[in-house]
Write a protein that binds this ligand. Structure first.
Ligand SMILES: Cc1cc2nc3c(=O)[nH]c(=O)nc-3n(C[C@H](O)[C@H](O)[C@H](O)COP(=O)(O)O)c2cc1C
Length: 293
């Protein structure tokens, strides 16, 4: 199926794009109007775009329904400052509540039951309950159009980052899992960064991975190794060589048991390598595969 975007209504475009461009982090944006009244609204059209200068962008779009603009957008024109509060699982229902179209002047801190905390460099208040908050200066608002659904990019320079002390270790490094952030997908779907859903993909920054095209043909063409397995194997920066000291009882068993049946031996060796790769044991997987030559 190919969707030609030109043939879709704005609401349909939004539907399809929001499901596939997902998950998206949520900027829970705190702003104030010219009189100093606070507003708090979630925006998942949001991301980090630059570290130097430190730039995040979120987009309070013109409403698809009636082409009106959001209070948050009016506020950043009046007072070009914002606090972006990141949303943890414990806050998600209240953050969603804050997205109701309350009349202008309604303080969603009160409506959604969050606690205001003074920021250090900007006037809008922070959400105390948020594990991480960005104090930002609005550099520019870039309108992407005048019709309903048109994004309005609020380009923000981050001046200060607040992090809950409990999320930092002795070296001030962040425990990613403890942040427990949530993200938005399509429709009513959200996801949560639980320890079970997190995993690491080691990326050699200084050295190049050998590449899938450099893997032995039998490994590249294996029916038992999937793309993630090949990707992990090909991420080493030098083609590994057999280590004489490598001694694996399970591999020995496979080799002995299937000594008269090379096809089955290859299958079992590949399945064993796949299991090791699933456990992140890349070096051992390479040694296992090298026994097949
Ligand atoms: C999790 C979540 C993410 C949202 N993301 C966006 C977004 O990126 N852009 C947008 O225009 N509206 C988004 N909305 C809807 C706004 O939060 C909603 O229109 C809100 O009422 C705007 O408030 P305001 O008029 O006080 O600024 C989102 C709602 C939720 C619950």
């Amino acid at each position: 199926m190919i969707f030609d975007l030109a043939g879709l209504k704005a609401s349909e475009r939004q539907y399809y794009l929001q499901h596939v461009v997902a998950p998206r982090p949520i900027a829970f944006a705190s702003t104030i109007d010219a009189e100093g009244n606070a507003n708090l609204s979630p925006f998942s059209f949001f991301n980090l775009f630059s570290a130097q200068p430190p730039i995040v962008i979120f987009s309070p779009a013109r409403r698809v329904r009636d082409n009106t603009v959001k209070h948050t957008l009016e506020n950043v024109f009046a007072v070009p400052e914002v606090v972006i509060n990141l949303v943890s699982y414990n806050m998600v229902q209240q953050a969603s509540l804050a997205s109701c179209d309350y009349p202008k002047g309604t303080d969603e801190f009160v409506k959604a039951g969050f606690t205001k905390e003074a920021a250090s460099q900007v006037r809008p208040p922070m959400v105390k309950e948020s594990p991480a908050k960005l104090e930002c200066k609005v550099l520019e608002v870039k309108s992407l159009g005048e019709s309903g659904g048109a994004g309005q990019l609020v380009i923000c320079e981050v001046l200060a980052l607040h992090i809950d002390d409990r999320l930092l270790d002795a070296d001030n490094k962040i425990n990613q899992a403890d942040l427990d952030l949530v993200a938005r997908l399509g429709g009513d779907w959200y996801c949560r960064t639980t320890p079970e859903s997190l995993f690491k993909v080691p990326k050699p920054n200084t050295q190049l991975g050998i590449g899938i095209d450099s893997l032995p043909a039998s490994v590249r063409g294996s029916r038992h190794l999937r793309g993630n397995h090949l990707g992990a194997l090909a991420n080493v920066h030098e083609h590994p060589v057999m280590q004489p000291a490598f001694d694996d009882p399970h591999l020995k068993q496979i080799v002995q048991y299937y000594s008269l049946n090379p096809d089955d031996m290859e299958k079992e060796v590949h399945l064993y390598a796949a299991k090791l790769l699933d456990e992140g044991r890349v070096e051992e997987a390479w040694q296992v595969l090298l026994t097949m030559g």
